[in-house]
Design a binder for this molecule. Structure first.
Ligand code: FAQ
Length: 322
């Protein structure tokens, strides 16, 4: 059977690829949002799916380190707060998977890619939560890094991603405050509690700096992502902002950040900091961090054990759609 042919009017109405590309370029240059119905270059679409899927996976895997403490929270109040926070992270994952779906991605396929190690999730969630102080430090440092990284993404060029980030950032701000409040409470407690906070800060500080990604001269995706207005700042710029923001917060809390080279540069007004262990980062994102195997195996078990729920829900939806 031959392919259907377009009549003259239809042929004239279909813009050619150069015109579509020019329209896309003008949208980016004018700092307008690209929407799902718009034409976009395939590399832009694929790059967004890569970043949004990794971000969604991070939110879902990121429920595990704090989730481990839900049954051991020290009071009913702490338990209610932690439960709400962990549920918020699930919600963030859902908004992000929905944003990826607007680009043609399939949620179940993305989950399979995560479990098979074909897509990444944030390095930070491969470290263990050893004491309850870790929950406070995750709120303060990890949610703090997430906010620093994600507030500029509210202006990302892809509309659904930018809009999802607005709500995510509002909730992350609350998460950071609850973490800081927990740590403040512990710092007003006993010597043992203060030592617990300091120990948690010592373990989470350097991995938090790694959340911003590799240094700019070793970041293959940054230049194109910034040219397309997906990322607005480089990894090193955001990392520096985070250090500048965190040092006074550490002082107010009364903890020491574990970096003897941390010092204010009087010329720039910014903090100089020591060398990040990029070999450790590479190990963690290659699947060899302290908890990678456990995190992924739990995610696999959740997918497999709950497959019947998905099947039932889909069957119901299919029946009502027909
Ligand atoms: N971990 O070329 P670049 C949260 C990968 S959410 C693992 O610089 P890009 C909330 C990168 O993907 C935290 N992999 O890449 C929460 C790339 O690999 P690929 C997640 C990393 O995309 C709090 C390769 O290295 N946030 O915390 C990491 O331009 C508490 C080369 O890197 C987001 O995802 C890493 N840290 O910049 C939840 C924010 N860094 O794909 C629960 C959105 C880099 O080529 C509890 N994402 N890689 O195979 C971004 O802003 C960017 O994707 C970056 C990386 C900045 C993460």
């Amino acid at each position: 059977m031959s392919a259907p042919t377009l009549d003259r009017r239809e042929t004239a109405a279909v813009p050619d690829e150069a015109a579509l590309q020019a329209h896309f370029d003008a949208t980016i240059a004018a700092d307008r949002r690209v929407e799902p119905r718009d034409w976009m270059p395939e590399a832009y679409r694929a790059g967004l799916v890569r970043q949004i899927a990794q971000h969604a996976h991070s939110e879902i895997i990121g429920m595990q380190p704090e989730g481990d403490w839900l049954l051991a929270a020290p009071s009913l109040r702490r338990k209610a707060v932690l439960l709400a926070k962990v549920q918020d992270e699930a919600g963030h994952g859902m908004y992000l998977y929905s944003a990826a779906e607007t680009l043609g991605a399939d949620r179940a396929d993305l989950t399979d890619k995560l479990i098979e190690g074909r897509q990444k999730y944030s390095s930070i969630f491969n470290y263990p939560t050893l004491t309850y102080a870790d929950c406070g430090v995750i709120g303060w440092l990890v949610d703090g890094a997430a906010i620093c990284n994600q507030v500029p993404l509210c202006r990302s060029s892809y509309g659904p991603y930018a809009r999802a980030m607005i709500r995510v950032c509002k909730e992350e701000s609350f998460h950071q405050r609850q973490g800081y409040e927990l740590l403040m409470t512990m710092m007003r407690g006993t010597d043992a509690q203060r030592a617990m906070v300091q120990d948690a800060v010592d373990r989470w500080w350097w991995p938090s700096l790694m959340m911003f990604g590799p240094p700019d001269d070793d970041s293959p995706n940054s230049a194109q992502s910034m040219a397309w207005g997906v990322k607005r700042h480089s990894n090193d710029e955001l990392r520096q902002r985070y250090v500048d923001m965190s040092v006074p917060q550490a002082a107010a809390l009364g903890v020491t950040l574990p970096d003897p080279e941390l010092a204010l540069d009087p010329e720039t007004g910014r903090y100089r900091f020591g060398r990040i262990d990029w070999a450790e980062f590479k190990q963690v994102i290659s699947g060899n961090g302290p908890c990678n195997a456990e995190r992924v195996s739990r995610r696999r078990a959740a997918r497999d054990d709950n497959a019947w729920v998905l099947e039932a829900a889909t069957a119901y939806a299919d029946k009502h759609a027909s």
